[in-house]
Design a binder for this molecule. Structure first.
Ligand code: OOG
Ligand code: NI
Length: 463
């Protein structure tokens, strides 16, 4: 909770997410087309399925869906990462999860900044996938040194933004007026810069080492590189993208199509080639840079460690059967293999719950609200009697294999670079200046709190 006179951090996050969306819409017009397509598809899904509409309404998840989006940025230094953590904290976002992408040939490790409580997620689940460049994975010491120097010389935050972060930390919040200024100042960090921070010659060498290094080091700030709306039917959006003149990546990342969606499915369109001016002596020279793209996602139930282990094993099995080719030539075979291999994963909410593969949120039914106190306070008995219902808890995080697929399809599928896997969560947390939260703990807590609330409403005087 926060003192009177301060605006709720959830409200700052909504202001920021809206401002970000407006900025990205003008920067990348194809984003606007995707948002419209997703809205169309979501409306059609809900019109065709009143039961799903009703379920989402009852679970309080309908209002958030059209407002829902995630973005991604890539940072260059520990200092930038720890300040970014403080910036996001002002709007109620905390680092959740550790993702090592080195195994997938991408020299970064990452976390997701997002709200963590059920209440805050229900208000606005805006998330930002945040990666830190790992120059330690770059073999060429000379180039590493040059990159470090360029990064050390930039300041990605405005003075106004830093002052307001400090003010919020010292006072425990921001007034409405300060919050509006904070949002405007913070937005500057995420803006696209069409003027590079390095000469073309250095850009080329960075680019040859890895396109991602060029993307992080060559600019004044960590431009937001995509903003992803949430759809209720990703297969429909994937099918309809070409009709709108947008070419999607060949395969949808994540689990196959199912009646009961699990975790996260994602698809994207390729990054745009955009004109950039590079320093050249005293003047400027024009070139291009490819970084910003569009992505859509469909979210399903958050899995327990047991469910996640099953997902990981099945995903690995399907990729062993058919490895999705970079050029998309075997996309249909891959999707078919995925569908077949995933058959053992139960596809009803009852069965997923019975086998404890996913997290559920429990609430009183209409009858439950009319009926307390119950004579038998066992949760399963209450469910059986129709007094308590359960709904899937939404997966709020990301998937490393999917993220690697998204990274790769945007870095150019031709460049396949290998680093040996070297997760280093300790180093990441030292750079971040805080530990990352464990996502499983957060889902378990949401489930537990929902059970407690049902039981204390139905059985007020349990000893
Ligand atoms: C982030 C890619 C990962 C997702 O949704 O998995 C990602 C990036 O390209 O910076 O956004
Ligand atoms: Ni993404």
């Amino acid at each position: 909770s926060f003192s009177a006179g301060f605006i709720n951090p959830d409200a700052i996050r909504t202001l920021f997410s809206t401002a970000m969306s407006e900025m990205y819409r003008t920067e990348v017009p194809a984003y606007q087309m995707l948002v419209e397509l997703v809205r169309e598809v979501n409306e059609a899904v809900l019109a065709a399925d009143p039961a799903e509409r009703h379920r989402l309404e009852a679970a309080g998840g309908l209002a958030r869906i059209t407002e829902e989006r995630h973005g991604a940025i890539r940072l260059g230094t520990a200092q930038e990462l720890s300040t970014m953590r403080r910036l996001f904290a002002v709007m109620g976002m905390q680092p959740v999860g550790y993702y090592d992408l080195s195994e997938a040939g991408v020299p970064v490790h990452s976390t997701a900044f997002r709200p963590v409580t059920d209440e805050a997620l229900g208000r606005n689940p805006f998330r930002v996938f945040t990666s830190l460049l790992r120059l330690d994975l770059i073999a060429d010491a000379g180039l590493r040194n040059e990159a470090e120097q360029v990064l050390a010389g930039r300041n990605i935050f405005t003075d106004g933004c830093l002052a307001l972060i400090e003010k919020a930390e010292a006072a425990g919040g921001l007034t409405e007026e300060d919050a509006a200024r904070f949002v405007a100042e913070a937005l500057e960090t995420f803006r696209w810069h069409s003027r590079a921070n390095v000469p073309l010659e250095l850009y080329k060498r960075l680019h040859d080492a890895h396109r991602l290094i060029a993307d992080v080091v060559s600019f004044k700030g960590p431009h937001i590189n995509h903003l992803t709306p949430r759809t209720l039917d990703i297969d429909a959006v994937q099918r309809m993208m070409p009709e709108k003149g947008i070419a999607p990546k060949a395969v949808v990342e994540g689990p196959p199509t199912r009646r009961c969606p699990i975790l996260l499915r994602q698809t994207s369109f390729k990054a745009l080639s955009e004109p950039v001016d590079f320093r050249d002596g005293d003047g400027w020279r024009s070139g291009v840079h490819t970084a910003r793209f569009g992505e859509i996602e469909q979210r399903g139930i958050a899995l327990t460690p047991k469910g996640r282990a099953l997902y990981d094993a099945l995903l690995q099995d399907s990729r062993r059967l058919v490895a999705p080719a970079a050029d998309g030539s075997n996309a249909a075979e891959y999707m078919m293999a995925l569908q077949e291999v995933f058959a053992p994963f139960p596809d009803s909410w009852d069965e997923i719950r019975r086998q404890q593969l996913g997290y559920f949120s429990y609430s009183l039914t209409e009858a439950g609200r009319r009926n307390p106190p119950a004579s038998d306070c066992d949760l399963e008995t209450l469910i059986g009697a129709g007094l308590v219902r359960f709904d899937p808890v939404v997966y709020e995080d990301f998937l490393p294999v999917s993220a690697a697929g998204i990274f790769r399809s945007n870095l150019g599928d031709d460049v396949q670079q290998d680093f040996s896997a070297s997760p280093n969560q300790q180093r990441f947390e030292a750079d971040l200046g805080a530990p990352v939260r464990n996502p499983f703990d957060l889902y378990a807590e949401i489930e537990r709190a929902s059970i407690d609330a049902c039981l204390s409403a139905m059985c007020p005087v349990t000893a």
